[in-house]
Every structure is written in structure tokens, then in C-alpha cells.
Design a protein. Sequence first.
Length: 159
Amino acid sequence: MSETIEALVDGGKASAGPPLGPALGPLGINIMDVLKVINEKTKAFEGMKVPIKLTIDPKTKEFEVEVGTPPATALILQEAGIEKGAGNPRTGHAGNLTMDQVIKIVKMKGDSLPGRNLKNNAMAIIGTCVSMGVYIDGKKAKEAQDLIRDGAYDKQLKD
């Protein structure tokens, strides 16, 4: 019977301390081997908390690491280089993203976004930007969504 551990770790910097060390210790598995794999798989999310799922076979000591993606808000904050969104997104401005950065976030989120294509998923990420007061190419996020609907970004948003 395999053991499953779900945890939130620092991207690229998981350590033998809590939450992983105390959970792995009793299973008799080489903690450093596990940490090495986790850190390798999460290094793209450095500076963010990343959800992971660790499946371990206690008999063979084999393990598998599945990495989730951080919330869209965390990816937006990182790409925009800001610590938090605007206090009042209707009147405040917290930062700016380019459409290329929006596309990068969509690709990082992968299959966890509900849209059928790049354009729909970009609209979802920009919707999060609306609530955070983050602009897209110097325009309010709602204006950027209108431009997407009007086809202004069709070249960039081809699947």
C-alpha cells in the first residue's frame, strides 16, 4: 500500500524541515533523494509556494513526485514584479504585464485552466488581473479583454 503526502513547498528550495522531513522520516526513505527531485521539478517556481503530491511505496522505497502549479495570483505577482495587488482595483494600479507575460502564465498553468484554447485562457488570467489592479500593456485589464474580443491580439493568441 503506497503512502501519499501532499504539501506546499518553496519552489526550488524544499528542505528536510517541516512539512516534508517529519512526514518522510518514518517511511525510511532517503529524504535527500526526494528533496533533490522536488527541487529540480519546482525550480521554475522559485520564490513561490508550490503544491506537490508525493507517492511513496514503503516496501520498495520508490517514489513519484507530482507538481501542481501555484495560484494564478502568485504567478501574476511574480511576472509583474510586485508584492501584492492594488488595495482598490477599480481605482488603484499595482503593476503591468505584457501580453507575452500573460501567455507565459497561461503556459505555466497548463491544463489547470478551464478554457479550450490560448485565447480563452488568456482571458481568464486577465480576469484575475482585473481583480488585482494589474494592467496589460499599459491598459486596464478590462480594456485588454475588450481588445482580445475585438481581435487585436489574435496573432499572439494563436494556439
